[in-house]
Design a protein. Structure first.
Length: 219
């Protein structure tokens, strides 16, 4: 799959540089591009470019989310699907604006890719999946607070797991000698399990494993 990030940044840089070609060469390298482009011109052009991309983003979101949602057999209710679509589309817009912001203060594609790669790495790590909130160090916890993807991921996890029960496949203790053990003498091995129950509640699971709560769904 082709990475669209370099193309997005290159497109933004091309649009921005178009308004600096009339300046003398001695002025172009002296200041960052964003400082020598009239702000109303950039704002109007950026606004038109953003609006022109909305139909494509909507069509792309419909095709991608329909395919992903039903192929992965996520929650089969209308409310859950449209909430998933809403959050996914909003995250697409947020990340698109983030890339535009980086491109607007960069003069070359190489200059734009350097901070972008570092920011993307931090956003992915501190989303809350690869590194759950309970395992985050205090000195870096602030990255999770400013990470827009973390709020979207939390909302989608709550949307999928809240008020659902999942049957246990592995119990503790287990083995041939424990086949006659009663429900109160064994427990499910999954996080959030309760002794005496042969299932795990999704709400308890995400609360124990990720510190996600139903009250955080719309925050």
């Amino acid at each position: 799959m082709v990475d669209p990030l370099p193309h997005l940044l290159e497109m933004q840089l091309t649009v921005t540089k178009r308004y600096t070609t009339h300046l003398p060469k001695r002025l172009r390298p002296s200041l960052p591009t964003v400082m020598i482009v009239p702000s109303p011109v950039v704002a109007s052009d950026d606004g038109l470019l953003t609006l022109s991309e909305v139909p494509y983003k909507i069509l792309n979101a419909i095709i991608f989310n329909l395919t992903l949602y039903f192929l992965t057999n996520l929650r089969r209710t209308p409310g859950a699907f449209f909430f998933f679509f809403l959050i996914s589309f909003l995250l697409t817009l947020v990340m698109s604006m983030l890339f535009r912001t980086i491109a607007s203060v960069s003069r070359t594609l190489t200059e734009a890719l350097t901070p972008t790669s570092q920011i993307m790495l931090a956003l992915v790590i501190y989303t809350g999946f690869a590194l759950p909130i309970p395992y985050m160090h205090g000195w870096a916890r602030w990255i999770n607070y400013v990470d827009p993807v973390s709020y979207g991921f939390e909302a989608l996890m709550i949307n999928e797991f809240n008020n659902r029960d999942y049957a246990c496949s592995t119990f503790v203790p287990s083995g041939p000698e424990y086949t006659k053990a009663g429900d109160l003498e064994r427990t499910c091995s999954a996080v959030g399990s309760v002794a005496g129950k042969n299932f795990v509640n999704g709400t308890d699971y995400i609360a124990s494993a990720y510190l996600y709560y139903d009250s955080h769904k719309w925050r």
